[in-house]
Design a binder for this molecule. Structure first.
Ligand SMILES: Cc1cc2nc3c(=O)[nH]c(=O)nc-3n(C[C@H](O)[C@H](O)[C@H](O)COP(=O)(O)OP(=O)(O)OC[C@H]3O[C@@H](n4cnc5c(N)ncnc54)[C@H](O)[C@@H]3O)c2cc1C
Length: 273
């Protein structure tokens, strides 16, 4: 009997090399990690399918390790893994914090960091964290590896520099100096997509990134420059609302998002003083 699933194909490689070969030779294929975003697409008929590459067999892509002074987070590492990691909680507490606010325990158990990054939603909660942490996205294809600075990974709304024959294999995070700060504003505590999400680091040159206020996650360089030279916070707030481009949508209004973003900036500055 034909069902809605009959037209879908699932390839299940056992190793990364096999996955990359299949991706090059048998594409186009949609990689599947925790499937929490893909499933929603399937449900609403907007999935990129119908042929999928299941990454769950690639065990080496899951886990957190240290290389030199860099934290290397495998693409298949889940939010629950990040919350449970003493290393992440010590070195990048805002990533554990962001993960704790994602969806619900069910989503945190399945959803992966690589999936959040690859999905390229401007509302992805880990993206502002990775932006202020100056992370690097490690991509692999049959041709080899390449490292893309997080700031250069997104090219537009849901667009990235990743090629169809590439996979994200890890996110690399260098040491982060300065106090870290994260806040997500949604309709409620769980299962809420961000209306505004901000991550920031209070270093001598402060870094601030926001989600849900532009087509991609954004850093705000003019605001950062004002903070760096200790301009009055009101001046930095004015710069911030001019630097972001929020929209009215079903979750919020542009005016509300601007107001909240400005308030969050003042909170960050006061709480990390
Ligand atoms: C009920 C619910 C609540 C949610 N709440 C939140 C929330 O609060 N905050 C938030 O940020 N997100 C939320 N999400 C979205 C989702 O859970 C996250 O984006 C999650 O991190 C996606 O990871 P995944 O492993 O499930 O990705 P998948 O669904 O498997 O894949 C997502 C996309 O990334 C691609 N992809 C996945 N892994 C790789 C890889 N290694 N290399 C290349 N491409 C890859 C896939 O092809 C697909 O296009 C929610 C989703 C649901 C259903």
């Amino acid at each position: 009997m034909a069902t809605a699933l009959s037209r879908l194909a699932l390839l299940q490689p056992r190793t990364l090399d096999e996955a990359l070969r299949v991706l090059r030779d048998e594409g186009p294929l949609v990689p599947l990690a925790g499937c929490t975003d893909v499933y929603v697409g399937l449900h609403f008929g907007s999935a990129l399918g119908p042929r999928f590459l299941d990454l769950q067999g690639l065990r080496k892509l899951r886990g957190i390790r240290v290389r030199g002074d860099v934290i290397v987070i495998g693409a298949l590492t889940t939010y629950a893994d990040l919350v449970a990691s003493p290393l992440v909680r010590r070195r990048l507490p805002i990533l554990a914090e962001a993960s704790r606010w994602v969806g619900s325990p069910q989503i945190q158990n399945r959803g992966t960091l690589g999936g959040n990054v690859a999905n390229a939603s401007p509302a992805g909660d880990t993206l502002p964290v990775l932006a202020v942490a100056q992370a690097t996205v490690l991509l692999r294809s049959v041709d080899g590896a390449r490292r893309v600075p997080f700031d250069a990974f997104y090219t537009g709304y849901r667009q990235t520099v990743m090629r169809p024959d590439e996979l994200i294999v890890a996110i690399e995070v260098p040491p982060v100096e300065g106090r870290q700060w994260f806040r997500k504003v949604g309709t409620r505590a769980a299962q809420a997509i961000s209306k505004v999400v901000m991550a920031a680091v209070r270093a001598p040159a402060p870094r601030v990134a926001l989600g849900s206020v532009a087509p991609t996650v954004v850093r705000v360089p003019l605001t950062e420059a004002l903070l760096a030279r200790a301009a009055p916070i009101e001046e930095a707030q004015q710069a911030l609302v001019a630097e972001i481009q929020p929209i009215d949508d079903l979750r919020s209004t542009a005016a509300y998002r601007r107001r909240v973003a400005a308030n969050l900036l003042a909170r960050f500055w006061a709480e990390t003083a």
